[in-house]
Design a protein around this ligand. Structure first.
Ligand SMILES: *[C@@H]1O[C@H](CO)[C@@H](O)[C@H](O)[C@H]1NC(C)=O
Length: 129
């Protein structure tokens, strides 16, 4: 009546159905999280400002970066990559984007922080071509 094949088919169908329901719940539950990250950056000091030999301007800044990114961590978050980019307009370029600093936040416990730091990457403005 119920052959081995039938039983196997039933078991497989049941398993796949459960798996599909669990996947759906997992992906839906991530949408219920409404993250509200906050971040603030204060320029504490202009350490120096100089013209490079080729004519480009370079500046060194000290910033206080503070952020609370804890709400971004859910069961589905392994880590966060965060960066600070300066965006500004000049007569030469309508949009300049320069990455100044970045970090990897490995866990929720480290997601609320402030750091007093100078720019990690050189902040050079393209004056000449
Ligand atoms: C940086 O900012 C945070 C949050 O506003 C503040 O608590 C901290 O004291 C500041 N640190 C420095 C060195 O100014």
């Amino acid at each position: 009546m119920h052959s081995f094949g039938h039983r196997l088919n039933g078991l497989l169908t049941f398993s796949v159905t459960i798996l599909a329901i669990m996947c759906a719940i997992a992906s839906l539950s991530d949408n219920l999280n409404a993250p509200s990250p906050t971040a603030e950056i204060k320029i504490m000091n202009i350490n120096w400002f100089q013209k490079q030999p080729q004519g480009n301007d370079e500046v060194s800044l000290t910033m206080n970066i503070s952020a609370d990114l804890q709400s971004l961590f859910t069961w589905n978050t392994k880590q966060l990559f965060i960066f600070v980019a300066a965006e500004y307009e000049t007569p030469k370029n309508s949009l300049n984007q320069v990455s100044l600093w970045d970090a990897i936040i490995p866990a929720k416990e480290h997601a609320k922080f402030w750091i007093h730091t100078s720019n990690k990457y050189r902040f050079v403005d393209q004056v000449c071509a």
